[in-house]
Design a protein around this ligand. Sequence first.
Ligand code: IMP
Ligand code: MG
Length: 194
Amino acid sequence: MFPEIDHILVTREQIAERVRELGERIARDINSDRDTNPGVEVVIIPILTGALVLAADLIRELPLRLSLRVVAVSSYPGASIASKGAKISGDLPCDLCGKHVLIIDDILDSGQTIGLVKELIAGQGPASLRTCVLLRKPESVRVRPVEVEYVGFDIPNHFVVGYGLDYDGFYRNYPQIATLRPEAIAGDGSPSAA
Ligand code: IMP
Ligand code: MG
């Protein structure tokens, strides 16, 4: 079904276990913040489209009264594996002042996407602001240095797909994190015939 998949870096079992652990930690941290003021609202903000799959699994590990808002950011137009800078498309939730906010994204690579979203949300004065990513590439060049509180897995600096991550819009439904065969990725960022 997915002949272009090359190596699996993180299996679906490893992801499921890690998402449970992250959910426990996040719920504990948010609850301890709320000890002082239990009335403060919790808002979860997945960054579309890559964070969709992680967010769907993670929120079901959070036994909290929470609401869900989304923000859409694009950085890889079309069949490209190199970030071209982050741009918000559509509206950003604008009523986050005084709330506990958790941003969810699929991966921390150059830092531009999360850096931009964090900056815009921090400017609204939330009660707390945390970020959770499934993957982080420690060896990639951080165009923008950003702190993330929760990381599922550190992976080598390879282009990966699956569990929400795409290449040219595809493979988001592949249930594990994997690399693609080199021939499936066009060297110049244009669509390959594969
Ligand atoms: P940034 O470079 O940290 O801004 O990463 C931005 C976005 O690029 C992420 O939210 C992903 O959607 C995408 N991205 C970064 N690395 C990969 C990858 O290895 N595979 C697929 N998408 C990626
Ligand atoms: Mg993407």
